[in-house]
Design a protein around this ligand. Sequence first.
Ligand SMILES: [Mn+2]
Length: 420
Amino acid sequence: MSAPHFEKRRKLFQQELAKLATGKILIAVLHSGTKGRLDQFYPNPNFYYFTGVDVPDAAYLVLIDGKKISEGLFLPPSNPLQARWDGEGAVSAGWMDRTGRPDKLRLNAMKETGFSTVYLNSEIYGYLERYLDKISDVYLDFTSDGYGSSEYSHFFWQKLSASKPFMKAGSVKNILHSLRHSKDSFEIGKMREAIAITAEAHEKIMAHLRPGLYEYELQAVVEYVFTSRGGQQNAFDTIIGSGKNSTVLHYNRNEKRIEKGDLVVCDIGVRKDYYCADLTRTYPADGRFTKKQRIYYDIVLEAHDRVIRFAKAGVKIAEINMMVNEFYAKKGVDKFYFHGTSHHLGIEAHDGGNLEDPLKEGAVITVEPGLYLSEEEIGIRIEDDILIKKNGCEVLSRALTTDMGEIEKKMAAPRKKIVI
Ligand SMILES: [Mn+2]
């Protein structure tokens, strides 16, 4: 946890909420989510973005009361019995003695998180009781896109609205999208790390790929790299689609034997220190592209390069999509393309954001045109991650080649055996 980053973000969030309050009393609550019994816990991205706290059953509350803005972090209690199963959480609520002195656990939580107000999670309703009669609006995280589940917010709302039927619920979705749109240098640094690991996994694919391997064997190579470089988890399920499967956008069964002549679409990404990479390359199984594959690869690569020349602050993702569609139409291949070209990338593999909002400096988006000819078993997608700048963009994944000649050169090397 690096408290200053998170505190700065919270201040901006509070300023936006204060605008919404227009003099009324308003509260906003974000939840970290719950942990499935045998699942790895992963915090709700919005909650994490503002707190840096990675524990289940926690909440972040903001109360706007005129000029007065208060915030609180609600944490689970320390539970030694549970800790024998799940380990002790990074922080827990601890308690205050009767004179209002925090104990060791609470002091630790305050120090680690940078919050001066830490409560026990079960105190949240009691805290709200004091204001319930005066609050008219409750803002909750009803975003359902991406990783964050809004389940907890719905539950919370049900409970609140049962006792206060006239209360209005609002969603913090738009505020979150706009705050998370531009990445700061800390975030971009993290994404560079995730991208470097993911690019390395692509290099390993180019060293191992040959006909006769199963798609899952390449998946294992990829995820070996991710895990052994300290990745937390996959940013999304690894996609290794060969032959016909290369034409299925989110194919992730990875169970087919790779045959001679197949194209292999590899759409992969690691999550490292909470930040994601998302990189796709398309490789020929036997190291040489066929004539026909080259024709379509060239078209996809040209679409990809055009977007990279076009992208800069002020451009909308909707305009990028349109540009690619028009280019494909001119080439007569638009019927083989049926997805968007770009999405935001960050704490989530698909960060939220409106396609019609002009991109700002510091936004990180993917560029991933493709073409999918299912009858010919030709699926091609080339995806890079770019950082939007004032007058252009930086390709964060530039080190990973998109060039057919380069790919063939690398794949001409003797094939590495998968031995672990
Ligand atoms: Mn993508």
